[in-house]
Write a protein that binds this ligand. Structure first.
Ligand SMILES: NC(=O)c1ccc[n+]([C@@H]2O[C@H](COP(=O)([O-])OP(=O)(O)OC[C@H]3O[C@@H](n4cnc5c(N)ncnc54)[C@H](O)[C@@H]3O)[C@@H](O)[C@H]2O)c1
Length: 252
């Protein structure tokens, strides 16, 4: 399979991180199938790709809705063609501690952040298996590898990284690789000012991650050079989770 001109379906395509993911994938020559909650968000993302000279199509679907995902598969395959790569980036962060969480709010995070990628993989992997080649990239989070104050988000992302590894069995010998990317603090609307203010003291590189850095890593995972990167949870966090330090010499 050639490295160029893949049909890449990106969920959460209208979000902040996907600005960088869409841009880098389009610059690599791929067609971006932008999927978000509503067509306005997806169209805006697709338009940004086209305005930069890339190829894109727009579709709306709630990733947590099984019927909507199945309809999405049918619509995409009928109008764009088979999907060779899937990037699961749609996600929600519910800033609730245990006391404020309900079973409903907890389930909602799991539905979007974990069941969503599961449904997308169920829907789009069979065509990759038939083609004997495919790429799946799940956007997890450092919140899933360390403890994190908002348990529904952390549990959903830990589950996503583990599901990524667990699916290696299903994709054994199929030509599909599946990986997750584990970002730290990325410059998107999801990140509140309080967190941005902590970056200098908490992240060894002292920098917030540009969405294009996540895009560059995603684009690499779609290449033949990355064919033996499989089942990894690729950390891109400026070193934030790699040092436990009780000294604090880094305040402004
Ligand atoms: N920003 C960060 O620092 C950071 C760090 C680690 C991981 N992440 C993860 O990266 C991904 C992208 O985050 P972002 O920062 O761009 O956030 P964002 O809020 O800007 O984008 C998320 C996008 O997902 C879409 N979405 C939400 N629920 C959906 C659903 N049910 N169906 C379809 N689309 C849905 C939203 O409409 C939005 O466009 C998320 O999975 C997030 O958890 C973000």
């Amino acid at each position: 399979m050639s490295n160029t001109s893949l049909n890449v379906l990106v969920t959460g395509a209208g979000g902040g991180m996907c600005r960088g993911i869409n841009a880098r994938l389009a610059a690599a020559g791929h067609t971006i199938i932008c999927v978000d909650m509503n067509l306005e968000l997806s169209e805006k993302a697709a338009m940004a790709v086209r305005n930069a000279g890339g190829k894109a199509a727009a579709f709306a679907a709630d990733v947590a809705d099984e019927a909507a995902v199945e309809q999405l598969r049918a619509d995409v395959e009928a109008t764009v063609g088979p999907v060779q790569a899937l990037v699961n980036a749609a996600g929600i962060l519910d800033r609730k501690y245990l006391a404020d969480s309900t079973a409903e709010s907890f389930r909602k995070a799991l539905d979007v952040n974990l069941v969503g990628p599961f449904l997308l993989i169920k829907a789009f992997a069979p065509a990759m298996v038939d083609a004997g080649w495919g790429r799946i990239v799940n956007i997890a989070s450092i919140a899933g590898t360390t403890g994190y104050p908002y348990p529904s988000y952390a549990a959903s992302k830990a589950g996503l990284a583990n599901m990524t590894r667990s699916l290696l069995e299903d994709f054994w010998g199929t030509g599909i690789t599946i990986n997750s990317i584990c970002p730290g603090v990325v410059d998107t609307p999801m990140v509140i000012q309080e967190v941005r203010d902590q970056v200098r003291r908490r992240v060894p590189t002292q920098s917030i991650i540009d969405p294009e850095e996540i895009g560059a890593l995603t684009a690499f995972l779609l290449t033949e050079d990355a064919r033996n990167i499989n089942g990894a949870d690729l950390l891109i966090d400026g070193g934030a989770t790699q040092l436990f330090s009780l000294v604090n010499n880094h305040a402004d």
